[in-house]
Design a protein around this ligand. Structure first.
Ligand code: NAD
Ligand code: MN
Length: 354
């Protein structure tokens, strides 16, 4: 069995952490019959400065034929952030209908986090964020600029199809993975049109999954519960905006950006899904060789899971877990002194002892 993927390292530490993921792919190719072939695309801020585009005109067409996209991070002080994000990541997410943003929130043994002192139950849940519509829309506008009656309207757009399909994904994922409870993040007490519709649509999907306990919390209370009892969740389903905020909070309660992975999934498989760390290009540490490669490597593990190689996913995660809990080879963000390269090698060595 083999798959062909597109690799976009991007800018800054994106390039550094991607090197480690590619080394791991090579090691897996060497030891397993499952082969991943990859093409590397140099679409990044340098490319933009040379061509005035983040990717070629036919960039999406080029990517469309791959089985998946492995993405690093993008962002450079010489190019405005809204250009790098909106001309690269957003077009990929939207045109490839990656309407599920999947983020594991899992506290690995050995990681210090601000909550440890009062919980000794495992924190291990999945956050699913609606990734294609909702609050992040360009519907709305501004009127009467400069006048006292000036106003701005920003509409949230939720469709039956859009909400149903992300809810279907969440419930069927819960079903497949034996997760007992699904928590809906809402605010239907105050946002009465769109969020009531969100709740009702999710509840009609919930009826088809009677074995999964369904609960809903208002987003403000839920944010507090993430801190007070994060061990209580199995799967959390949130709209685009709420999911965006909850995923950074979720990352913070399990050890920070250096380890947090994500997947932008097109569940139908009509288009490639994209796997990327939650973090950006980290200009403050770029070029020093000290970026933590775990978020990128974990994102790669999610890609193997998507390719139905749960065993390789689990193996990579066990390698990460081992390196983290041994605490010998960890980068400065986790309190160590190791380099990006050393952490990458340590994880590979755990998988395939040399
Ligand atoms: P960032 O994630 O790049 O960095 C935030 C902080 O976390 C920094 O102190 C950084 O050093 C640290 N950090 C991040 N990843 C790390 C890692 N792997 N190991 C160790 N430390 C790590 O976010 P930012 O500083 O807000 O943004 C920097 C640039 O990245 C901006 O141009 C922004 O637009 C872009 N960005 C891109 C993406 C993406 O490509 N999907 C996501 C977020 C931000
Ligand atoms: Mn965000």
């Amino acid at each position: 069995m083999s798959k062909k993927i597109a690799v976009i390292p991007g800018d800054g530490i994106g390039i550094e952490v991607m090197n480690e993921a590619l080394k791991l792919i090579e090691a897996i190719n060497e030891h397993d019959s499952f082969q991943i072939e990859y093409d590397v695309f140099d679409w990044n801020s340098d490319y933009y400065l040379q061509t005035n585009r983040m990717m070629p005109k036919d960039g999406l067409e080029q990517l469309q034929h791959y089985d998946a996209i492995l993405f690093g991070a993008i962002g450079d002080e010489r190019v405005p952030d809204d250009i790098t994000i909106w001309e690269m990541i957003m077009p990929i997410r939207k045109s490839f209908q990656q309407y599920v943003n999947f983020r594991p929130i899992k506290l690995l043994d050995g990681i210090d986090n601000p909550l440890r002192h009062h919980v000794n139950k495992p924190i291990d849940f999945v956050l699913i964020r609606e990734n294609a519509e909702g609050e992040y829309s360009n519907a709305g506008g501004r009127m009467f600029e400069g006048e006292n009656r000036e106003l701005a309207i920003q509409n949230s757009v939720m469709t039956r199809q859009g909400v149903t399909q992300v809810a279907e994904f969440a419930f069927s994922y819960a079903n497949k993975h034996g997760l007992k409870k699904l928590t809906n993040a809402t605010k239907s007490n105050a946002i009465i049109h769109s969020m009531k519709f969100w709740d009702q649509t999710i509840e009609s999907v919930a009826e088809k999954y009677p074995t999964i306990n369904y609960e809903k919390y208002y987003i403000d209370a839920l944010a507090a519960y993430f801190v007070q009892r994060p061990y209580d969740f199995n799967i959390v389903l949130a709209s685009n905006l709420f999911g965006d905020i909850l995923s950074d909070l979720g990352s913070a309660i399990v050890g920070g950006l250096g380890i947090s992975p994500s997947a932008n999934i097109n569940p139908e498989g009509n288009y490639p899904s994209m796997f990327e760390p939650v973090h950006g290009s980290a200009p403050d540490i770029a070029g020093k060789g000290i970026a933590n490669p775990i978020a990128q490597i974990w994102s790669l593990a999610l890609m193997y899971e998507q390719f139905d190689r749960q065993d390789i996913h689990d193996k990579i995660l066990a390698g990460i877990q081992n390196v983290v809990s041994t605490k010998k080879v960890i980068t400065p963000d986790m309190g160590g002194t190791a380099t990006t390269n050393e952490v990458g090698d340590a994880i590979i060595n755990k998988l395939y002892k040399k």
